[in-house]
Write a protein that binds this ligand. Structure first.
Ligand code: PMP
Length: 388
């Protein structure tokens, strides 16, 4: 009998067998010709996945928080003004990182947990003038709330502000047209929708972000994150030449190139559509089971994860029951509501059957928790949404 449980948290996610095989390959030298070819190809493919043909990708060993550090440390100088469009836990973190590098940070916050700040409020802040960067979390993993990245990118361009998109819970799952939407820097981490085990920070900087870096007067406040060190390395690998600054995560980069190949083979449009379809089916099941969600309306709900409130009389013991039924889901993360909700990730290589198995396990968990509902209601709703 298989003793593996299905991992349905919002990262790390389940990875494809091809990606896992790449992780297990004999590790080569970081300047071996076959590794240089793979790294170079991965850099080229990142431009296509982020839909940023003129962007400069950076692939650096570290988690998503390093990608945040790279964005903040390279783009801001002490006393620069930064605006954070705040939708939760990870927007707070971005604000803290920007402050660490000397920025003067203003937050525009949503009126309550589960909503997004009004675009008019963001614009009113930008009209005050003087902001160098505006950062926003595309999908806040603590609330499953998504912001309108296209509209925010356009506002950034209109007011001459560099836009930073935290795409850790969105890149390669939610639609992002980095270049067309005017996003100057976007980043993610390997363990989410891009489909590679944890350990890589992935950043794509557009021409305006690179110009801002080139024109800075103060040195970058982080040695490891400094593009002065990494830009020549990325350029060398892309030119298929050996080079060294810090040892690259060789196996993770092999795996990244495999995953990027799979993503591009599916096609970005088709991938965004699949995420939307599976999301609709899962959310239909949650609604049919009588559970509310943290995002206050459909338009602000992400496609990559769902954050249901526990129904009346049910608490976090549900997570244990769902796990016993074979599926791992995550608890709450947002401080204000932590014990009132849970989170289910459905991104990357996720399939229809993963959705059905997860709904089934949640139903069994709810039954164990003593919640009264018609068994099978959630499954029927998901089935109906999945059936053309
Ligand atoms: N931003 C968002 C939106 C995230 O979801 C996460 C991780 N869950 C991070 C940043 C930080 O990434 P990491 O945990 O890999 O450092």
């Amino acid at each position: 009998m298989k003793d593996r449980k299905l991992l349905m948290i919002p990262g790390p996610i389940e990875f494809t067998p091809e990606v896992m095989r790449a992780m297990g390959m004999p590790t080569t030298s970081h300047v071996a010709p076959n590794f240089i070819a793979v790294f170079g190809e991965a850099i080229e493919r990142l431009r296509q996945v982020f839909l940023c043909p003129h962007g400069q990708p950076f692939v650096v060993a570290g988690s998503g928080s390093l990608a945040m550090d790279i964005a903040a440390s390279n783009l801001v100088e002490p006393k620069d003004k930064a605006l954070v469009v705040n939708t939760g836990y990870f927007s707070d973190r971005m604000g803290a990182i920007l402050e660490r590098y000397g920025a003067m940070v203003t937050h525009v916050r949503a009126p309550f947990v589960g909503d997004v700040p009004a675009l008019a409020d963001v614009e009113a802040a930008l009209q005050q003038g003087g902001y160098k960067v505006m950062a926003f979390t595309h999908v806040d993993t603590s609330t499953a709330v998504i912001v309108d990245a296209g509209a925010l990118g356009a506002l950034g361009q209109q007011y001459g502000v560099l836009t930073i998109l935290d795409g850790v819970c969105s890149v390669a799952g939610e639609e992002i047209q980095q270049e067309e939407w005017g996003i100057d820097l976007a980043f993610t981490a390997s363990q989410k929708a891009i489909g590679v085990p944890p350990g890589l920070a992935l950043v794509v900087a557009g021409p305006r972000a690179i110009d801002a870096f080139t024109e800075r007067r103060a040195p970058v406040g982080s040695y490891y994150a400094d593009w002065t060190n990494w830009l020549p390395i990325m350029e060398a690998y892309e030119a298929r030449k050996p080079s060294y600054f810090g040892t690259p995560a060789v196996n993770l980069i092999w795996a990244l190139n495999v995953s990027l190949g799979q993503i591009l083979q599916e096609g970005m449009e088709a991938r965004f559509l699949r995420h939307r379809r599976l999301n609709q089916a899962f959310k239909a099941a949650i609604a049919a089971l009588g559970m509310d969600q943290v995002p206050v309306r459909g338009e602000v709900a992400a496609n990559t994860l769902t954050a249901p409130y526990y129904p009346e009389g049910v608490d976090k013991a549900l997570l244990g029951y769902v796990s016993e039924a074979g599926v791992i889901v995550a608890g709450g993360l947002h401080g204000e509501i932590r014990d009132r909700y849970f989170r289910v990730g459905h991104m990357g290589a996720v399939t229809e059957s993963d959705i059905l198995v997860t709904v089934g396990a949640i139903e069994r968990g709810l039954l164990r928790a003593g919640y009264k509902f018609d068994s099978g209601t959630g499954l029927a709703a998901a089935q109906e949404a999945l059936t053309p």
